[in-house]
Design a protein around this ligand. Structure first.
Ligand code: PLP
Length: 449
């Protein structure tokens, strides 16, 4: 009925191969909507414009208007640095078009995803009975985990507590935690941190006494702004004693569990109840993918299993990914990560994560040794915050946008304790620290306004 199936497949795959093997990534940047409308023209028509034209518009107009993420000097937000193996296999996973919600339809793909999750489970030091699934991102991972935690608390208490439900976290917790709290209609209790900015177990008993509906503590294993790992040892101890669910948000920093040089920072994580890490951040997978793990998958099933007569025949003896998160239909989005991990092996993954940590330390050392820059704090993981003494907010903004417009480095200001500072996030093993320090060296000659 459609006509040109084979032809389309060949053309699109050839575009994909070309894009995948072109090095370096083509220069690309966002474009205004009115310009795109003009340059792309009308694409949705009654008769269709045909594959050749549609692909041409994508190649010529649309793809160049999307930023290539894996540029080694993209050090803003949390960048993305997938292996070629992972991107290539994303194409294969798409071609296989698996329904990976239930074991009975996606067994092979789910098995592979579980193998990859098994590596993370081992890094966490969790029992083999733990399990999980891949969701679209840390935002849905955090929401899914907190919904499981609240359901568990609700089932035990049997009713909504006086004063309602609440979670506790540090101010540095990711914005998606507050977003999850709004969706779940629970309050957020902001706990104080120690001098080095870490959430600790201290004060948790007081918070619980003040708020009996406190059902989960969210710890960051690598805060997004500064890469701070909360004090998981004291937190997990307090949570076990007080019988509160500990959720660890490692969307960015969880990858460093694989890095021996910083593994000690995560000690205590073996007692957490749920955990997320985004392979699309520091585990070299393409968008989008978040690994969500539970110590006890039954508690996740209690919260997430969907029931309806048309699902009565689903085999629930199996652990089905759809029963573990807010999702029913799902692609096997863990497959690119699995393929890359299987291809390269876990040792190479450890090495690649260590490279970013080394880059961060090298740049921090350079800043410490320089006369014109000042380090905010020693980096705990691979995020470096620094100041340029004498600069106004406008100076930071002007320097950052000039660098970005010139396509030199993507380094964007953030705030630290109320002050504007610059931020570098290292996750790409192809980033060369010396190139970065050369660029930072030139700041000495930047005209202050
Ligand atoms: C990025 C991030 C998130 C959100 O993850 P998405 O994949 O962008 O939804 C949550 N927590 C932390 C610590 C993050 O760095």
């Amino acid at each position: 009925m459609w006509g040109d199936e084979i032809d389309i497949a060949a053309r699109v795959l050839s575009w994909a191969t070309d894009r995948l093997t072109r090095q370096p990534d083509p220069h690309s940047t966002a474009q205004r909507a009115d310009i795109l409308r003009l340059e792309a023209g009308t694409t949705i028509t009654g008769d269709g414009i045909g594959a050749e034209s549609a692909l041409d518009v994508f190649d010529r107009v649309l793809a160049p208007a999307t930023r290539a993420q894996a540029d080694p000097l993209n050090l803003a937000y949390i960048p993305n640095a997938p292996t070629q193996a992972a991107i290539a296999f994303d194409i294969a996973a798409s071609a296989a078009n698996v329904f990976a919600g239930y074991w009975e339809s996606g067994a092979g793909a789910i098995h592979a995803e579980n193998e990859a999750l098994g590596w993370i489970r081992e890094l966490l030091g969790w029992p083999t009975t733990a399990g999980g699934t891949f969701v679209a991102g840390g935002t849905s991972g955090n929401l899914s985990a907190l919904h499981a935690a609240r359901t568990h608390a609700w089932n035990r208490l049997g009713e909504r507590p006086q004063g309602g439900w609440a979670i506790a976290c540090a101010a540095s917790a990711h914005s998606s935690i507050r977003s999850a709290a709004r969706v779940l209609d629970v309050d957020v209790i902001e706990l104080p941190t120690s001098n080095d900015g870490r959430l600790t177990g201290q004060g948790l008993a007081d918070a619980l006494a003040a708020r009996p509906g406190l059902f989960a503590v969210v710890a960051s294993a690598g805060s997004t702004n500064a890469g701070i790992v909360d004090d998981l040892a004291s937190l997990s101890k307090a949570c076990v004693e007080l019988d509160i669910w500990l959720h660890v948000d490692g969307a960015y920093g969880g990858a460093a569990l694989a890095a021996p040089s910083v593994r000690h920072l995560f000690s205590g994580i073996e007692n957490a109840n749920s955990f997320i890490v985004d392979p699309h951040k520091w585990l070299f997978a393409p968008y989008d993918s978040c690994a969500l793990l539970y110590r006890d998958t039954q508690l996740a099933k209690n919260a997430h299993s969907q029931t309806a007569h048309y699902l009565d025949n689903v085999d629930r003896e199996q652990t089905n990914p759809s029963d573990l998160a807010i999702q029913l239909s799902r692609r096997a989005r863990g497959l690119p990560f699995w393929f890359s991990l299987a291809t390269h092996g876990t040792k190479k993954y450890s090495t690649a994560v260590e490279i970013s940590l080394t880059n961060a330390r090298q740049v921090a050392d350079y800043i410490n040794g320089s006369n014109h820059l000042s380090l905010v704090a020693e980096p705990m993981l691979s995020i470096v915050l620094f100041e340029v003494p004498g600069w106004s907010d406008d100076d930071y903004q002007a320097w950052s946008s000039t660098q970005s417009q010139n396509g030199r480095i993507l380094c964007i200001p953030t705030k630290w304790e109320g002050r504007t500072v610059l931020r570098l996030a290292f996750v790409n093993p192809r980033t060369d620290a010396t190139t970065v320090t050369q660029i930072l060296d030139e700041i000495a000659d930047w005209p202050v306004h």
